[in-house]
Design a protein around this ligand. Structure first.
Ligand code: ASP
Length: 328
């Protein structure tokens, strides 16, 4: 009898949760990089689209918990109360961090619920405006002539920019590695590049497009397999693969995650809102304007996204191991 009563209470609590989520408490997107960068940009645009998708009844807040290549924000969400109100908006770091860090205070995928994938974004290899190279070939020559003197900015160990720099340097065959300079995100790294304090960076088009367009940075190459023929602004930049780096391909994706144990009623509501948001013409237009492609295939579903992240983790493992000697 007592057991039945407890069961009835638990069912009532679950039902109440389904009825009341999200309630008046805001839903926080934890972004594991600094404000104003590409991941933050996706989060703010998605927060607005999901707010609309939930009938305007939910409040969304973006919290930047940056540091250690995104792993501080990941740890915060892994340990958060699993009530659907604290979510992680992250990128390929979900797949690269486990391979790059010897020790993490959380487990991927075990400590997270996967809500779905958001978009895919190409990266660009860019340089400070004063750099004495005007195209990729000149850049290579300049690096070789100045071996060991140049530096490359990134958003911390395991970040997309770090990964891109690692892969590129391991293929460059410059006799000495460039010094890597970590930042808390590529928003501050971009400021350092614009100010000429760092020489080179690899970053998502969501952060670099407007700077390239305004001529404030030099663009050398894109990291997709082929050049971006559909992108008005970037179509004339070759891909690293076209420049001879056989097999070089890096596209960054973003996804949404919750702490393990978040009730399925909340997860379902959030996934439904995500799917509606990804069809929102305003959101699509904003993302496309920055070179991103909003996901429209089955990876918007939790299981398919989880399987995709697992395949990305396996794909990145040998690349990370090969590039490991630059992992400082
Ligand atoms: N683009 C960054 C990275 O390299 C992160 C960010 O600031 O959004 O991972």
């Amino acid at each position: 009898m007592k057991k039945l009563f407890v069961l009835a209470l638990a069912t009532a609590a679950m039902f109440a949760q389904a009825q009341t989520f999200p309630g008046s408490k805001p839903i926080t997107f934890v972004v594991p990089f600094s404000a104003g960068g590409p991941t933050d940009r996706v989060a703010r645009d998605l927060a607005e689209a999901m707010r609309k998708a939930m009938g305007g009844g939910a409040n969304f807040v973006v919290e930047n918990v940056n540091g250690a290549g995104g792993t501080i924000g990941m740890a915060k969400v892994a340990r958060a109360n699993p009530d659907g109100h604290t979510l992680l908006l992250h990128h390929i770091g979900m797949a690269s961090a486990p391979g790059l860090y010897r020790k993490l205070s959380f487990k991927v995928p075990d400590d997270f619920e996967y809500l779905g994938m958001i978009n895919e974004v190409p990266m660009t290899l860019i340089g400070k405006p004063q750099l004495a190279a005007n195209n990729y070939r000149e850049l290579e020559g300049y690096i070789k002539a100045n071996a060991g003197k140049l530096n490359i900015a990134h958003a911390g160990l395991g970040s997309a920019s770090h990964l891109c720099g690692l892969m590129w340097q391991s293929r460059l065959q410059a006799s000495e590695a460039m010094t890597t300079i970590p930042f808390s995100g590529t928003a501050p790294a971009m400021n350092a590049l614009l100010g000429g304090q760092v020489d080179i960076m690899c970053d998502q088009t969501t952060n670099t497009t407007s700077q390239i367009e305004a001529g404030r940075v030099k663009a050398f190459a894109v990291t997709t397999a082929k050049s971006l023929s559909d992108n008005k602004l970037l179509k004339n930049y070759p891909s690293l693969q076209e420049l001879g780096m056989k097999g070089f391909e890096l596209t960054i994706w973003h996804g949404l995650y919750a702490p393990k144990g978040t009730p399925s009623a909340a997860l379902n509501q959030l996934n439904n809102a995500l799917k509606i948001a990804l069809k929102d013409p305003e959101f699509i237009k904003k993302q496309e304007g920055l070179g991103a492609v909003v996901v429209s295939d089955k990876r918007v579903e939790p299981a398919a996204h989880k399987a995709f992240v697992a395949s990305e983790t396996a794909k990145l493992k040998p690349l990370i191991e090969a590039a490991g000697k630059f992992a400082d």
